[in-house]
Design a protein around this ligand. Structure first.
Ligand code: BEZ
Length: 387
C-alpha cells in the first residue's frame, strides 16, 4: 500500500494524540453542573469562578494535567437533574463532576454518580443523605450538611437567651434540614419552636407568613433563604417593620453574596456559617485579593467552596500524578486531606463531609464579619453511611 505524505502526516499526528492520551497527559475533563439561571444563578457562577481561580493559580493544571471544562445549567430543577448529569457522563464522558447548589438536584446527581462510579464533588448542596445513607467512596462534599449551619445558628439563638422561636424557609430538603439543626440546638438550650412556616421553592411571596409572625410575636425568627430569594426576604422583613421588633437570625446564606442588594435592611443581622469575609489570615487575605483581581467582585462563601473543591481534587490528582486509573489511591488521599481553606483548615469526616468551625457573624456594611466561633470543629455524624 502506498501512503501519500499528507495521509502519513495525519496518521502520525493521530498516533501521537493516542499515545499522549494513553500516557495520561490528555486534559482531565471536569463537568460543572451548576445553576446558571434562576434564584441560585449567582451561587453557581461564584462556585465556578472559585474553582477556576485555584486551577489558574496552579498554572492551569492539577496533578500535572490540563483541565478541560464542560458545563450544564441545572436550573435548580430536580426533575431535569438525571438527564442533565447524564449529558456530562455519557455525552461528554467527563472524568469528574462538580455540582451542585440545590439539595434536590444534588440528590439525583449522587444517585447517578454512585451507580456509574463517577467521581462527584459537591461544592454546596447540603442534603444530609449525600454523606449519610447515600454516601459512596466516589462522592465528596466541600461545603456542609444542611444540619451543620442550622445547628450552629440554634446554639447562637440559645446563647442570646431567646425562648420562643418561629422558623421560615423554602419547603425542600435544605430548608427542612436546616430547621431541624436549628431546633435541635435551640431546644437543648431550653427554647421552643412555636411554628415552622414554609413557602414552595423558589417562591418569594412572603407577605401572608410575615403577617402571621407579627401576630404570634416570637422572641426570634430563624430563616433559611439564599441568592435572589434571600435578598427579597430580608427586604420584605424590614418593609413589614419586623426588623424593629422581632430579631431575625439565619444560616449565613441569608446574607452571603446578597449584601449590596439588601443594603440597609441587612445591617446588624446575625447569622452562622463556616466562612466570614473578614477572617484576618494570610490565606483568606490572599484569596480575597486574587479573587477580586480576577473577577472584579468580592468573594463570598460560594466562591470559597468552589476554590476548595478544586483544592480537594488537586490533593487526589497530585497523589496519583494525574493517573485517574489509580482510583483507590486518589480517594484515599482525598479522604485524609486537610484543606488549607480561606475559611480555615478543615478535614473530611468518614462520610466525606467537612469537619469545620462555624462562625458567629454580623453584617456590617457589605461584609459578614466574624464575631467569634459558635461551634468548633462541628462534624455531621453522617448517620446511615456505609461505604
Ligand atoms: C441547598 O439546596 O442545599 C442549598 C442551597 C443554597 C444554599 C445552601 C444550601
Amino acid at each position: 500500500m502506498r501512503l501519500f505524505p499528507r495521509t502519513l502526516a495525519a496518521m502520525v499526528a493521530l498516533c501521537a494524540a493516542c499515545l499522549s492520551h494513553a500516557q495520561g497527559s490528555a486534559p482531565i475533563k471536569v463537568g460543572l453542573m451548576l445553576p446558571y439561571t434562576g434564584t441560585y444563578a449567582s451561587l453557581g457562577n461564584m462556585i465556578e469562578n472559585g474553582f477556576k481561580l485555584y486551577v489558574q493559580e496552579q498554572g492551569g493544571k492539577l496533578g500535572g494535567r490540563e483541565i478541560q471544562y464542560f458545563k450544564v445549567d441545572d436550573e435548580s430543577e430536580p426533575s431535569k437533574a438525571t438527564d442533565n448529569v447524564n449529558k456530562l457522563i455519557k455525552r461528554d464522558q467527563v472524568d469528574v463532576i462538580v455540582g451542585t447548589v440545590h439539595s434536590g438536584v444534588a440528590m439525583a446527581m449522587a444517585r447517578v454518580a454512585k451507580e456509574s462510579k463517577t467521581l462527584l464533588i459537591v461544592p454546596n448542596a447540603g442534603a444530609g443523605a449525600i454523606t449519610g445513607p447515600a454516601c459512596a467512596p466516589n462522592i465528596f462534599r466541600t461545603s456542609f450538611t444542611n444540619w451543620q449551619p442550622g445547628y450552629a445558628t440554634g446554639v447562637i439563638a440559645g446563647q442570646k437567651g431567646y425562648k420562643r422561636a418561629m422558623t421560615i424557609t423554602w419547603n425542600y430538603a435544605a430548608g427542612s434540614e436546616m430547621v431541624k439543626g436549628f431546633t435541635e440546638a435551640f431546644e437543648k438550650s431550653g427554647g421552643k419552636v412555636l411554628k415552622d412556616l414554609t413557602v414552595p421553592f423558589p417562591n418569594v411571596e412572603f407577605q401572608a407568613l410575615l403577617t402571621e409572625i407579627a401576630a404570634q410575636k416570637p422572641d426570634v425568627v430563624f430563616a433559611f433563604f439564599a441568592g435572589g430569594g434571600a435578598v427579597k426576604f430580608v427586604k420584605d422583613y424590614a418593609a413589614a417593620g419586623l426588623n424593629k421588633t422581632i430579631p431575625l437570625v439565619g444560616t449565613g446564606f441569608l446574607t452571603d453574596g446578597t449584601l449590596e442588594a439588601q443594603g440597609a435592611t441587612a445591617q446588624g443581622l446575625i447569622t452562622s456559617l463556616h466562612y466570614a469575609d473578614n477572617l484576618e489570615t494570610p490565606r483568606n487575605n490572599a484569596f480575597r485579593k486574587n479573587f477580586a483581581l480576577a473577577y472584579k467582585t468580592n468573594a463570598d462563601v460560594y466562591a470559597v467552596q468552589g476554590y476548595d473543591t478544586a483544592q480537594l481534587l488537586a490533593v487526589g490528582l497530585n497523589a496519583v500524578k494525574g493517573d485517574l486509573s489509580k482510583r483507590d489511591e486518589l480517594v484515599a488521599a482525598m479522604r485524609k486531606a486537610t484543606i488549607d481553606s480561606p475559611r480555615g483548615k478543615f478535614t473530611m469526616s468518614a462520610s466525606h463531609n467537612p469537619v469545620q468551625d462555624f462562625y458567629t457573624r454580623e453584617v456590617k456594611g457589605n461584609n459578614n464579619e466574624a464575631r467569634g466561633i459558635a461551634v468548633k470543629a462541628l462534624a455531621d455524624p453522617g448517620a446511615g453511611c456505609r461505604m
